[in-house]
Ligand binder design. Sequence first.
Ligand code: ATP
Length: 479
Amino acid sequence: MSAMAETKQSGLMEKIVALCKRRGFIFQSSEIYGGINGFWDYGPAGAELKRNIKDAWWNDVVRSRTDVVGIDGTIITHPRVWEASGHTTAFTDPMVDCRACKKRYRADQLSGETGKALVVEMGSAAEKTVKLPKGIACPACGSKDLTEPRPFNLMFKTYIGPVEEESSVSYLRPETAQIIFAQFQNVLSVSRQKLPFGIAQIGKAFRNEINPRNFTFRSREFEQMELEFFVKPGTDAKWHEYWVKERLKWYESIGLPKDKLSVYNYKKDELAHYASACVDVMFEFPFGVQELEGIASRGDFDLSQHQKFSGKSMEYFDDEAKERYIPHVVEPSAGVDRIALALLCAAYDEETVTGENGKTETRVVMRFAPRVAPVKVAVFPLLRNKPPLVEKAREIFKLLQPQFTTEWDDRGNIGKRYRYQDEQGTPWCVTIDFETLGEKGSELKDTVTLRDRDTMKQDRVKIDELVPLISAKLRNSPR
Ligand code: ATP
């Protein structure tokens, strides 16, 4: 990226962060106490956006299929879960300290590469040592007096019960996946599924990241949407390919533009020792092309480890082949917060428009796909101090509210209310005016103005037609 392009991009990120605060998408956690690094709260618009992402995923990955079921597991588990999975020993990032200014870095980020080669991947820690290239200086103070990289475990530790001792140590889960593996047999026995089938889960995960950065992109508390799709050994490659395609289609279905999506295929030497393939779904953020989701073919590593550590069989009886084996797994693992950030970045747009007073102005508009937009319809009485208008508008609000996420706004002039909704990404606004009431014998009685966010076009629509019309628009976009 050229220096100019870089400045422009970082300017864009600043604008997005400001909009997120201004319109209630994302706030700094504990802001009144000065904030806490790596933690973020979602405001009213952000909470809806996240819920829409999770609903879209759950609907498409679980509910609309016959071969995937869901679970909802705990954040704190028996610590043996993390011994079996390898997290206790190997879930580390290489950490480097500057001896001069005491700043702390992740070695792979210091080297200026986001490349995978320097990161200690799970399960491969023993084989890979991380070395800093010669002559690297501290980005903060310029000193070259840096420590050698050493592994730092990313799991948050806690204690169960009143006594803080070694035997009561547990961890906040660093991923949701292991809860699925640990419950594999229970789910199998209740769900009447046969291979191939999947178990899905959405929930919080926690990682004590050395360097949280890029807004919510790398947080210490975040949410994952993970699917463990169990397959017959030998069919891994086919299912891996299938899920990469499915997931890419899904990203387009929530409105991420195709030209900003790409895939990164792991090379053989970048894979964890048990994995046969891994593809990351990447998105072009203003701060660079970065991972949204990892889709890994993990063989039988996880179930075998749990079998070994728990002493409980993780085998599956294949009644067609009449044989027992530990299933292999394909794992599409996505982060809700990264997807929310990608949607916010993709949606942000500015355009020059002519305002009501004839002057040109900049319109900021969040062009979310209606499917994920926090609010679908906003309802405005033209004036707030005219009871018949407000009453009629309330009636229409009540008509729409059970069908769509609907917002009421009666403050300020209509132009300002449109601008507010544009910044929140609301696809449609409905205005109730005197003609709706049929004043002065207006032919437009029982019609309202339906205003489109993207075209700013305003159409007169019969009240009776509002619900079917908006439902059809919602169904038809963006896929
Ligand atoms: P990275 O290389 O960026 O640290 P990862 O490869 O370790 O990520 P996975 O362990 O594959 O990530 O986790 C699956 C998904 O969970 C990621 O694709 C991402 O969307 C999300 N995720 C992981 N770590 C974070 C984090 N610190 N903040 C927000 N989301 C995260």
